[in-house]
Design a protein around this ligand. Structure first.
Ligand SMILES: [Zn+2]
Ligand SMILES: [Zn+2]
Length: 286
């Protein structure tokens, strides 16, 4: 197990310190802040990816300098539209995005789903390290191309209710929020997850695909947030593109000008099958 330090509060501000100096006493809130600062000083926070110490914060999130610099790039060349790495022997036409509708402008990921990106995704999704998502969203902003930088709003892919109950948050929304802040555009919660009956594992591949295609719907009032806008659709991981397509179709009745999917990390098409085990009951969705 990796050692972890919960951040209990912020470091005492200059105003706090001067107030303390003036009165000679600490209020309970200031005391808690001071204790947190002392803990941070004594026990440097662990990196969400490698467990090493995060000695110097170079941005948000508990991620060490080495891991910040080590995110693996998606190997070039990639498909102009969907960003899938080519060289899978299926060229010349890209089969990943051949049947995408025109409004689905394209897709990209900030990095490849390999170490340390894989560990960060896992830490956010299964270990409650929400702070990792802040780093992921900020990193996405740094690596964003024009289609993302010129967007009007950022929309997270919704997660299933049972995942919300287990995690307490939607990991895609944590990432999308950090990206929206960095881009200075609104976060648009325009989609919701449809409740799906039964277990996916009992379905054959065709039934499973049909289930994915109807997994999302416009949230009540969600259409107004994306109508007439360029939307960046955000998820933690991009695998087959089935999730992107399903989310786009659910959003389409609200008439966004265009939708561009942007994930923190992506699998390469050939490894998609082996990398899709994150959501055991919904293997096509992650
Ligand atoms: Zn690290
Ligand atoms: Zn493509």
């Amino acid at each position: 197990m990796r050692a972890r330090v919960a951040v209990l509060g912020s470091r005492g501000s200059a105003a706090d310190r001067s107030a303390t100096e003036a009165t000679g006493r600490l209020s309970p809130g200031r005391l808690a802040g001071s204790v947190a600062a002392l803990l941070e000083f004594l026990l440097p926070a662990a990196c969400a990816a490698c467990g090493g110490s995060v000695e110097e914060a170079a941005g948000s999130g508990p991620v060490c300098r080495n891991c910040r610099l080590a995110l693996p790039a998606v190997p070039l060349p990639v498909c102009d539209r969907c960003g899938a790495p080519s060289g899978t022997g299926r060229a010349p036409a890209c089969l990943e995005c051949a049947d995408w509708p025109g409004g689905l402008r394209g897709a990209r990921a900030a990095c490849l789903l390999e170490s340390p990106a894989r560990e960060l995704v896992h830490a956010l999704k299964y270990q409650g390290w929400r702070g990792a998502g802040l780093f992921m969203g900020e990193e996405m902003a740094k690596r964003a191309g024009p289609a993302v930088r010129e967007a009007d709003c950022v929309a997270p892919v919704p997660t299933a209710a049972r995942n919300m109950r287990r995690r307490g948050y939607n990991q895609a929304r944590v990432i999308a929020g950090a990206l929206a802040d960095a881009l200075d555009v609104p976060l648009a919660d325009c989609l919701e997850r449809r409740r799906q009956e039964g277990t996916q594992t009992a379905l054959n591949p065709a039934q499973r695909k049909a289930n994915v295609s109807s997994a999302f719907a416009l949230a009540p009032g969600g259409g107004a947030a994306v109508e007439g806008r360029q939307v960046v659709l955000v998820d933690d991981v991009l695998t087959t593109g089935a999730t992107v397509l399903a989310a786009f179709r659910a959003m389409a009745p609200a008439a966004p000008v265009g939708v561009f999917a942007y994930a923190f990390a992506r699998t390469v098409p050939l490894s998609a099958a082996s990398d899709s085990g994150d959501e055991p009951s919904l293997p096509e969705l992650r």
